[in-house]
Write a new protein. Structure first.
Length: 169
């Protein structure tokens, strides 16, 4: 009978060893599954963060492009204005037309250099051209009984900037 007990003990030891190996293999497999699931979750999170960062970078690039374009336009305009390459008479006549004053009297405030350029240009009766050191070259301020119309290059560029920015969002 002693042999039977040893066979049983050996059998139990062998079965226990096999069970231990199966359990170990199952544990390793479960660990791999958990690692992959965790890695997939981390990858999903990283992708989501990358997409958000890309969107922010694209928005920032668009805004910076607008700022750069307007800065370039401002510089080019100032260079052209400083060189006298602008139709001042046309600018003044458009400002007068926009003012809504009709044939009423008004005062057109211009930079002294611009006022000098227009001193021999005939305008409608009641229109007085006045040199004003507070007005930049190329800008026009029309004072009427109804108020003041300001035609300012920097304000126009800022308005353009705001309209473009509004189109970005």
């Amino acid at each position: 009978m002693r042999v039977v007990d040893e066979d049983r003990a050996g059998l139990l030891a062998r079965l226990a060893g096999e069970e231990r190996e199966r359990s170990f293999a199952a544990g390793v497999e479960r660990g791999r599954e958990l690692a992959l699931t965790g890695a997939a979750g981390a990858l999903e999170q990283a992708l989501s963060e990358l997409d958000a960062a890309r969107a922010l970078a694209a928005d920032a690039l668009a805004r910076q492009s607008v700022e750069l374009a307007v800065a370039i336009a401002r510089t080019l305009l100032r260079v052209e204005i400083d060189a006298g390459h602008y139709d001042l008479e046309k600018i003044v006549r458009e400002a007068l037309a926009t003012s809504g004053i009709g044939r009423g009297s008004c005062v057109v405030h211009l930079n002294p250099i611009d006022a000098e350029r227009l001193k021999h240009v005939p305008f409608r009766a009641g229109t007085l051209i006045e040199a004003d050191v507070e007005v930049s070259c190329g800008d026009v301020h029309v004072t009427t009984p109804h108020g003041v119309l300001v035609r300012d290059i920097d304000d126009a560029l800022e308005s353009i900037t705001e309209r473009i920015r509004g189109g970005l969002t």
